[in-house]
Design a protein around this ligand. Structure first.
Ligand code: SF4
Ligand code: SF4
Length: 177
């Protein structure tokens, strides 16, 4: 697979550092919003069971965008030297159930465990979901303010990718090796 730094040169002439910097700012905003939501859930009697080593959300078929890969390349430039986790879990998971690229983990991993709320395109219907390990929370009865409504952040992620690469295509993480 071509390194992103080569792709930058061949397309938009943007530096990998600039895209990674933009994405790190995006991640900081996502992390702050997730942290606030987690605190609100705890305060209102809905604590999550998420903890280090709990990794059933780290499944094998997750894919990410090129801008997310840019952050991995910046913070873990030798990530290809890692031995990928055997098939059945995310290739970045270690044997203790910890993420080996935690500081650069992609967007979806930062929202793992939160009650998810997704609106359809005309915002008339919504679907909700939550990790089965957090199934003690009745996600359908939660107020919308206690759910992660995914569209806003995902649109921002798409905009960053399209502005940089001309697309928001996704790459399976296992394809990195
Ligand atoms: S990148 Fe890290 S947090 Fe995300 S699924 Fe893989 S191991 Fe889990
Ligand atoms: S999302 Fe589920 S599997 Fe992942 S850390 Fe939280 S409780 Fe564990």
């Amino acid at each position: 697979m071509m390194k992103l730094s080569e792709e930058y040169k061949q397309t938009h002439g943007l530096t990998p550092d600039k895209v990674a910097e933009t994405m790190i700012g995006f991640y900081e905003r996502v992390d702050a919003a997730c942290s606030n939501l987690l605190q609100a859930l705890t305060n209102q009697g809905h604590p999550l069971n998420c903890k280090a080593g709990c990794s059933q959300c780290c499944i094998d078929d997750l894919s990410i965008t090129k801008a997310e890969l840019a952050v991995i390349e910046k913070l873990f430039p030798n990530y290809r030297n890692l031995l990928p986790h055997r098939p059945g879990a995310c290739p970045f998971l270690d044997e203790q159930g910890l993420c080996r690229i935690y500081a650069a983990r992609p967007y979806i991993c930062r929202t793992h465990g939160l009650p998810m709320r997704r609106l359809d395109d005309d915002e008339q219907t919504e679907t909700r979901d939550i990790c089965f390990v957090n199934a003690h929370i009745d996600v359908l009865s939660l107020p919308a303010t206690l759910c992660w409504t995914s569209q806003t952040a995902e649109i921002q992620l798409s905009i960053i990718n399209i502005a940089t690469f001309g697309d928001a295509d996704r790459i399976p993480m296992r394809n990195f090796w």
